[in-house]
Design a protein around this ligand. Structure first.
Ligand code: ADP
Ligand code: MG
Length: 748
């Protein structure tokens, strides 16, 4: 057993401006804040303006991700490898660098955080340590508003958090926590594990809407479950490593906006508040009750807080003057955390198969004892004679009208079970009232035509939805077109200012709106097909423009260039590896030849083989050794490059998905705006009125058809753009729509 206090570290987020409000002492153990007087007079403490906190180590602004991993995560990973549980959690206000520290930044490979580096370290260890057999499983849980969600749900369609499977807590009789519905996926190598991290992070990102901002208000727990055993041994070691990205620790006052946001902020505060309570309770001596059960997060992390775990906390702080009060409260919290002592046990247990063999033996002994006592040898199944006897007994029991009658079977579970199944069969045989209760799928009076008619409203509803969608698209596109036209005109005006002669200048290429999907560059086409096969051409055009103006596109482009570079580097290295390999083979052949020659010489000349080493052979051996080292280092570089390429690919994919999601959000927002907006009086407006005969709408009894032909759809005001070609398209669309509406009217 290892008894150790929770280790606390602090990390200072890089600040744009230099600030004098804080200092780190030379040996990096103490962090001091000096609060300016005006701030201190306000909401902190007007008596004290210097605050000093001690940590195991403080990582100042310039520190690298690699240093954080080496100092903080590697020792924990080593303990986990030797069979102890470990937890690293990041605590701090939103924006202070928790996610950056735990998962990493989205832009550069060198920004990889603790999770990918730890995975890399663990798998490297597995491949080197041949004395043990390791198995790894991964789970990724998000807790939001006291509800757990499985981030590793393999279904990709989740678009909100609620689409993800809900995870619930179960507690067994020994008060062990089990998480129901949380995927626990085996991953046999680094690449698989990174893919799971990517899947979870993507689900986390997609599930986030501007309304819920789940990433700042939820806790995410990435867990590596490790199982190791010596080959052939019956004992296994199981350990868990939790890597936790907590919700922002800012207080409710700052986020309190009311409505939904307030509820969320309150919840987050509540669960962090419960974390604090648990920590206070643990740091007080002689406290017997620790309130773990108050929140889901403290229940899940129960072992990590004052239990069987080696735990490390990273307090992330921002030293911007505006954030000083939050940073100070983060450090205060850390000091309390440092009081907690954990007791980490080696998690060794017996292999279940061995246990089963043992239990089987025990059962046999018990059977033998039973046979001795009862004087009869029992097999697992009843004899035909016993069965017949039981059937008679049951019949007598059932036929007897006396309510007091008993079925005496003796102390034999086999007989008890058999009689129960007989009784069940008897009950099922009797015609039961609820079977013929008219609860069948097809009502007695319905006909096939009824069924057909009931399906047409769904068809109509689909058409109706499509029409509304297209209406919105047109409105958005028209307004975008107007904006683009304005930009083009401004550009033209500027151009003509510079050179009056070039008044016939055409639109810059990227300002022109493409007319068809065929004109899209192939990469964009493939991207849009892959992500949303339902994208209309208009929406694709909007997406292209949106993408062009989106900030992340720059990162995507940069990473693409980098990826290409890495690919060609990898290719060159691959060729080099192959060359070195064939060179080694060639040298080996030469060596063999040389040795044979010397042996033959010895035989033909009859002289004994010289004791002295052959210089040619020595040279060849040295060359082989050199090439081997060359091979090893090149191969090592190639392997590193492969990991980097995989990581870059994932970053790129993530950025693309984010871009797409931002576009969807923007599109939805614009569609809403377009529905609300009044028609622009400056532009010609086309009024379309239904040609569906009024009489048919009034006799219609079908609610869906009725709404389809009602004014909301048949009369519409679509602004025209003034661009001849576009307006013709719009008019053609309106005519097509009208004919659809007419068909809908005729359907009834
Ligand atoms: P949190 O998860 O605490 O809300 P983030 O990790 O998302 O905060 O950090 C907020 C922003 O600051 C991100 O854009 C992140 O990339 C950046 N950032 C945080 N810490 C660092 C750091 N040590 N170096 C560089 N950028 C950082
Ligand atoms: Mg975060």
């Amino acid at each position: 057993m290892v008894k150790q206090a929770i280790q606390i570290f602090a990390r200072v987020k890089p600040n744009k401006k230099s600030v004098s409000a804080y200092s780190v002492d030379e040996d990096g153990h103490s962090l001091e804040f000096e609060v300016p007087k005006d701030l201190a007079d306000g909401f902190i403490n007007n008596k004290k303006d210097k605050y000093r906190f001690r940590f195991q180590k403080i990582f100042d602004q310039a520190c690298k991700q690699e240093d954080v991993f080496e100092m903080i995560a590697k020792p924990v990973a080593d303990r986990v490898l030797s069979g102890y549980n470990g937890t690293i959690f990041a605590y701090g206000q939103t924006g202070s660098g928790k996610t950056f520290t735990i998962t990493g930044g989205a832009e550069r490979y060198s920004d990889r955080g603790i999770i990918p580096r730890t995975l890399s370290y663990l798998y490297q260890h597995f491949s080197q340590d041949k004395s043990m057999v390791y198995t790894t499983h991964i789970s990724y849980l998000e807790i939001y508003n006291e509800m757990g969600f499985d981030l590793l749900d393999p279904r990709q369609e989740a678009s909100t958090l609620e689409d993800l499977p809900k995870v619930t807590i179960l507690e067994d009789t020994e008060q062990n926590i089990h998480l129901k519905n949380l995927s626990l996926l085996q991953s046999d190598n680094e690449e698989e594990a990174l893919n799971l991290l990517f899947l979870g992070d993507t689900n986390r990102m997609i599930a986030e809407t501007p309304m819920n901002q789940a990433s700042t208000r939820s806790h995410c727990i990435f867990t590596i479950h490790l199982c190791s055993r010596e080959p052939g041994s019956a004992t296994v070691r199981r350990s868990k490593l939790h890597l936790v990205d907590l919700a922002g620790s800012e207080r409710v006052g700052k986020t309190g906006v009311g409505g939904q946001q307030l509820t969320e902020a309150k919840y987050i505060n509540l669960s962090l508040h419960y974390l604090e309570q648990v920590i206070i309770a643990l740091s007080e001596k002689n406290r017997s009750h620790i309130p773990y059960r108050n929140s889901m997060m403290t229940s899940v992390l129960r072992d990590s807080l004052g239990g069987n775990c080696m735990t490390t906390m990273i307090a992330t702080v921002s030293v911007d003057t505006r954030n000083l009060d939050e940073s100070i409260s983060t450090c205060r919290f850390a000091q309390r955390v440092a009081q907690i002592k954990n007791e980490a046990l080696l998690n060794e247990e017996l292999d279940p198969t061995l246990l089963i063999t043992r239990l089987k033996k025990e059962v046999q002994t018990l059977k033998d004892e039973l046979a001795m006592i009862t004087g009869e040898q029992r097999s697992d199944v009843l004899t035909p004679h016993e069965i017949q006897r039981l059937q008679e007994q049951v019949k007598v029991f059932l036929d007897d009208a006396d309510p007091e009658v008993k079925l005496e079977l003796g102390p034999d579970m086999r007989k008890n079970h058999y009689c129960f199944s007989l009784l069940k069969a008897k009950i099922c045989e009797r015609p039961s009232s609820y079977h013929s209760n008219g609860d069948s799928a097809v009502p007695p009076g319905s006909t096939v035509t009824d069924h057909m008619q009931s399906s047409s409203p769904t068809e109509l509803k689909k058409l109706k939805d499509m029409l509304t969608q297209r209406d919105n698209e047109i409105s958005i596109l028209v307004s975008m077109l107007k904006k683009e036209k304005k930009r083009a005109q401004e550009a033209l005006a500027q151009l003509s200012q510079w050179s009056p002669a070039s008044s016939t200048a055409t639109l810059p290429k990227d300002l022109s709106i493409r007319r068809s999907a065929e004109e899209l560059p192939p990469l964009q086409k493939s991207l849009y097909r892959k992500q949303d096969p339902e994208f209309s051409i208009g929406r694709q055009e909007a997406f292209d423009i949106f993408k062009r103006d989106h900030g992340d596109q720059l990162i995507i482009d940069e990473n693409k260039v980098l990826l290409k570079q890495r690919y060609s580097e990898a290719k060159a290295l691959g060729e080099k590896v192959n060359n070195v390999r064939s060179k080694v083979n060639e040298l080996k052949t030469q060596l063999e030849l040389r040795r044979r020659q010397i042996a033959v010489q010895g035989v033909t000349t009859g002289s004994p083989v010289s004791e002295q080493a052959d210089p040619v052979e020595e040279r060849l051996l040295a060359q082989i050794e050199e090439e081997k080292n060359n091979y090893k280092s090149t191969f090592g570089r190639l392997k590193g490059l492969k990991t980097e390429i995989e990581h870059l690919q994932l970053l790129l994919e993530k950025a693309k998905i984010k871009l797409h999601k931002d576009f969807q959000d923007w599109w939805k927002h614009e569609a809403k705006k377009a529905q609300v907006a009044q028609p622009d009086p400056q532009h010609p407006v086309l009024e379309v009125t239904s040609t569906v005969p009024k009489s048919t709408t009034t006799v219609s009894s079908n609610p869906v058809t009725r709404s389809l032909t009602s004014s909301s759809l048949s009369d519409s005001s679509i602004p025209l753009t003034g661009d001849r070609e576009t307006d013709e398209d719009i008019l053609a669309f309106i005519r097509a729509r009208q004919s659809l509406l007419n068909r809908a009217g005729a359907l009834k």
